[in-house]
Design a protein around this ligand. Structure first.
Ligand SMILES: N[C@@H](CCC(=O)N[C@@H](CS)C(=O)NCC(=O)O)C(=O)O
Length: 201
């Protein structure tokens, strides 16, 4: 008797960078999953699966939920049976992944901050996020070789989705600041998994 594969539904959004990463990881690892785009802000049904009501959330067989993005990466990696995709015990690589994810988060908060009505906006907070993003970009550019060289892996998907999100929500200026990452991402972003998941409103 053959075991039936679980039905996997990945809840995503039209512009969510974390959901895009999960989608690209699943696609690249050859996982069969359905990607469902939702409006997370009104998605009450999601609460029973993920009380944070955030995307990405992966639901297995309509019952078990897996979140957040890092846990979904690990789940996809585990069921794919492919080796050398995740960092394993390479802690320097893990830290670069954390930095890219933190940069994405800073950019998300920056976006949420600048669209607030003027009387609710904090220029000091916006400036703090700008400085954090630029400092992180400078660090990642200094370590670009470590990210861009070697086998195709999780770190590179997280890096490329982060850099394209910076383009989308912050500024294209990072490309002048980070010429090595810029050159690399121009090629990496031509992968079908990247092209079909580009943010759109
Ligand atoms: N740490 C989470 C962050 C996920 C996250 O911030 N998702 C955003 C979309 S990019 C979201 O669901 N925002 C809706 C909200 O927080 O109300 C992860 O890595 O998955």
């Amino acid at each position: 008797m053959t075991e039936k594969s679980p039905a996997l539904v990945l809840f995503t959004g039209p512009t969510s960078p974390f959901a895009r990463m999960a989608q690209v990881v699943g696609t690249e690892l050859g996982i069969a999953f359905e990607s469902r785009t939702i409006d997370v802000y009104s998605a009450e049904f999601l609460d029973e699966f993920n009380p944070l009501r955030q995307i990405p959330t992966l639901v297995i067989d309509g019952k078990t939920a897996i979140f957040d993005s890092r846990t979904i990466f690990a789940y996809f990696d585990a069921i794919s049976g492919k080796s050398s995709f995740s960092p394993g015990d390479d802690f320097a690589q893990m830290s670069r992944i954390s930095l890219f994810l933190g940069l994405t988060e800073a950019c998300l908060h920056y976006r949420m901050s600048i669209i607030l009505p003027e009387n609710e906006r904090s220029e000091a907070n916006i400036e703090k996020l700008r400085v954090r993003m630029n400092r992180s970009l400078d660090f990642l550019e200094a370590h670009a070789q470590e990210t861009t060289e070697g086998n195709f892996r999780l770190e590179q998907i997280v890096a490329a989705c982060t850099l394209e999100y910076i383009d989308y929500r912050y500024s294209h200026e990072w490309r002048l600041r980070c010429p090595r990452l810029d050159t690399w991402v121009k090629t990496f972003s031509q992968r079908p998994s990247m092209m079909e998941s580009r943010p759109s409103e």
